[in-house]
Ligand binder design. Structure first.
Ligand SMILES: Cc1cc2nc3c(=O)[nH]c(=O)nc-3n(C[C@H](O)[C@H](O)[C@H](O)COP(=O)(O)OP(=O)(O)OC[C@H]3O[C@@H](n4cnc5c(N)ncnc54)[C@H](O)[C@@H]3O)c2cc1C
Length: 550
């Protein structure tokens, strides 16, 4: 327990009376940390700390890598800004050596300030000073780690930028037509684009493969061990949730992701209905937080690697490129893939104004343009709202008679408030035109049979998705649509016990999120199922333990 004398050794508390010190000592927690242990993570709820022994390092995360951006010594306070502004901690704090802290929860702090207002004044003054320091940290952010040189409408360039974004790599993007492009690039511009320059390693790669980019930027692409307790296929919300729970509960956990973390959620400009984010959260923000959390808790995350096969009898997992892992358990969290619009010549304009989904990075491509959205569900509605603040006009094209049955009321109401959003019903896109990028499309009104050519600077498609599970072994039972059957839906089963709720027809192989046969396709459901899968992993592992000898 913290003593009254120790409390008085903290400058800000030095004028407290004996009884106030005693009251504070009763309210304060006495926290002891080993070197490297975190006292506070970025995003933690506000509280006030004081360093009694040892030293703390202030940790900021850039490009997904924790960096020391400051520190606190004996007698220093921590948390004056969050407690003064009522916000969560913007940065983390980690013990640089064995360290002891006093911690005062927000309620106890406010009770103390009610009786000794001078403390509130001092904490407020310190917070103002510290905000000046934080501005310094922001201004001193390390320079971007990469430079991308490529055309706006080059799909390879768009994919590269998205890949860097979703792996939290800071980069500068310059297009070759910029007057200052040569100056930025530092030498004559190459013919073969896009080019990626990695600033630290002085690598310049024309048309780089994502796996090579990942390797050079220090992202994990090869497994560190041959065997894991849980091998998770896919790093969308379901896979990342399973990784967070698996790693935090002590399981050797690896996630294998064929592209970059985030899954479909990473292509959503705003998720409005995820619990705990009252004003919505963008898919990439949610994914980035989940990725940091999974990494911090010790999950290994491989990117740019696909799982190409699973052996149901040995639980061996084959990765493209030849690596083989063994999982005591395997969790399929590989989601679904966008359904394609079957239109002649359509593929030629993908990434050149035509896109599936609505990642936030698309916003800069539609400024001041008239754009179109195909679909009538919530994803289409969210995209329309998002683009309405960037594009000159947004037209929703859908085959049905209206959107009332397929879109949530709150989205319909919000869309109605936007003057630049319109909808055309009983209409489908029949052709797209453009040389360098999308310029126009044909829209056919199925009621009148009339086709109209419309100028278009962007076409975003939201017509549903399919499970891509053709690569799974036949022992894992699927429904007719390719979704993985689990628990009570499993048709054949070999053990005496029933399959667990998320267990597939192969014992020890689980499925969660959108790839699982279930009517619910939502972020919250994927996150819930990913975390539940870990509970079943524990039960399965316990079931393998030999019965005690009596
Ligand atoms: C534009 C859009 C907007 C949306 N808006 C909302 C919303 O507002 N609210 C809401 O609740 N839901 C929303 N959704 C739905 C939500 O995003 C999904 O339900 C959720 O992402 C499903 O998560 P998942 O982890 O199961 O699958 P996914 O997100 O599909 O992730 C699967 C991951 O597995 C990887 N993968 C696939 N196969 C392999 C393989 N063989 N090897 C390695 N990796 C593989 C993929 O690359 C992907 O990263 C939206 C979806 C979209 C597309």
């Amino acid at each position: 327990m913290v003593t009254a004398d120790e409390i008085r050794s903290v400058a800000i508390f030095s004028d407290l009376s004996d009884s106030e010190c005693a009251r504070l000592a009763r309210a304060a927690a006495d926290i002891r940390l080993q070197e490297g242990e975190y006292a506070i993570h970025a995003g933690d709820e506000r509280a006030l700390y004081a360093v009694l022994e040892g030293r703390l390092e202030t940790i900021g995360v850039t490009d997904g890598i924790p960096r020391v951006v400051g520190g606190r010594a004996v007698g220093d306070l921590v948390g004056e800004v969050p407690i003064a502004l009522g916000t969560p901690f913007p940065l983390g704090f980690r013990a640089a050596e064995p360290t002891r802290l006093l911690r005062l929860g927000a309620q106890d702090y406010h009770a103390l300030v009610a009786t000794v207002p001078a403390i509130g004044v001092k904490v407020g003054a310190l917070a103002r000073e510290r905000i000046g320091g934080l501005q310094g940290i922001t201004a001193d952010r390390p320079p971007p780690r990469a430079l991308v040189l490529g055309d706006r409408w080059d799909p390879a360039c768009a994919q590269l930028r998205r890949f860097l974004d979703r792996n939290e790599i800071t980069f500068t993007w310059i297009t070759p037509d910029l007057p200052e492009a040569i100056e930025h690039f530092g030498e004559p511009l190459p013919d073969e684009l896009p080019v990626l320059r990695i600033v630290d390693g002085h690598w310049t790669l024309p048309r780089p493969e994502h796996r090579r980019v990942a390797e050079l930027l220090g992202l994990t692409t090869r497994p560190r061990a041959p065997e894991y307790d849980a091998v998770i296929v896919g790093a969308g919300p379901a896979g990342l949730a399973a990784a967070v729970y698996g790693a935090s509960e002590g399981l050797r956990t690896i996630v294998v992701e064929r592209e970059a973390p985030g899954g479909q959620a990473g292509t959503s400009s705003r998720i409005e209905n995820y619990l705990g984010f009252p004003s919505g959260v963008s898919g990439d923000e949610l994914a980035s937080r989940a990725l940091q959390q999974a990494r911090r808790l010790g999950a290994e995350i491989l990117v740019t690697r696909s799982v190409s096969g699973i052996d149901p009898s040995t639980h061996q997992v084959h990765l493209d490129g030849g690596d083989v892992l063994t999982g005591q358990t395997i969790i399929l969290a590989c989601g679904v893939s966008w359904r394609q619009l079957p239109i002649e010549g359509f593929d030629r304009l993908i990434g050149k104004g035509v896109a599936y989904g609505a990642a936030r990075s698309e916003a800069s491509n539609v400024h001041g343009l008239d754009i179109h959205i195909v679909g009538a569900g919530n994803s289409a509605g969210q995209a329309a709202l998002f683009f309405a603040t960037h594009a000159r006009s947004v037209t929703i094209l859908c085959r049905g008679e209206g959107i009332e049955k397929s879109m949530s009321r709150y989205l319909i109401d919000q869309l109605a408030t936007r003057d630049n959003v319109h909808a055309e019903f009983r209409t489908e896109v029949t052709a797209v035109y453009g040389e360098e990028s999308l310029e126009a499309l044909d829209a056919r009104n199925n009621a009148t049979g009339e086709t109209t050519r419309l100028d278009s600077g962007g076409l975003f498609i939201f017509i549903g998705a399919d499970a891509e599970t053709g690569w799974l072994p036949s022992e894992i039972a699927l429904d007719r649509g390719g979704y993985v059957l689990t628990g009570p839906d499993v048709p054949q089963w070999e053990l005496d016990r029933d399959p667990y709720l998320l267990e597939t027809s192969v014992p020890g192989i689980f499925a969660c999120g959108d790839v699982r046969f279930s009517p619910v396709k939502r972020v919250a459901a994927a996150v819930g199922e990913g975390s539940m899968a870990i509970a079943f992993v524990h039960q399965y592992l316990r079931s393998l333990e030999p019965e005690p000898v009596r």
